[in-house]
Design a protein around this ligand. Structure first.
Ligand code: AMP
Ligand code: ZN
Length: 120
């Protein structure tokens, strides 16, 4: 159970961070939370989210850039923890055309198989 800054009542990932909806936790600190995707697209599929509600990459500004940079250090740490020595992919879908289904900023970490090929 964690506090969510700028909590949105109707946001699935705010509810997951708060512990109102269960999730398989992979990593947590005071600024971000990581958990396994419920519908994995690769052997490792982890989502990393800030503990404050930011809608998507489109809302990254100078004010929250340090938080986003921190999340990328966590991405690297999780990839190491998950043993993704052969590499991995980091994805953040933005808006309807980007295929975003949950409007709370999240970074997918995908790995554990070869992902070479089509990007989109
Ligand atoms: P996106 O489509 O980029 O917005 O990513 C949203 C991701 O959230 C999808 O990959 C879903 O499988 C995942 N997802 C949806 N609900 C849950 C949940 N309750 N627990 C874990 N992952 C979820
Ligand atoms: Zn949210």
């Amino acid at each position: 159970m964690s506090d969510v800054l700028n909590y949105h009542d109707d946001c699935l990932f705010c509810k997951i961070i708060k512990g109102d909806i269960p999730s398989a936790k992979v990593y947590e600190d005071e600024r971000c939370y990581a958990f396994r995707d419920i519908n994995p697209q690769a052997p490792t599929h982890v989502l990393v989210v800030p503990k404050t509600h930011i809608g998507s990459c489109a809302e990254i500004t100078g004010d929250n850039a340090a938080l986003v940079a921190h999340i990328f250090t966590v991405v690297a740490r999780i990839a190491q923890q998950e043993g993704l020595t052969g590499g991995y992919r980091v994805v953040s879908n933005v808006g309807p055309d980007g295929g975003q289904t949950v409007p709370h900023l999240h970074f997918h970490i995908l790995g554990g198989r070869s992902l070479s090929g089509q990007m989109g």
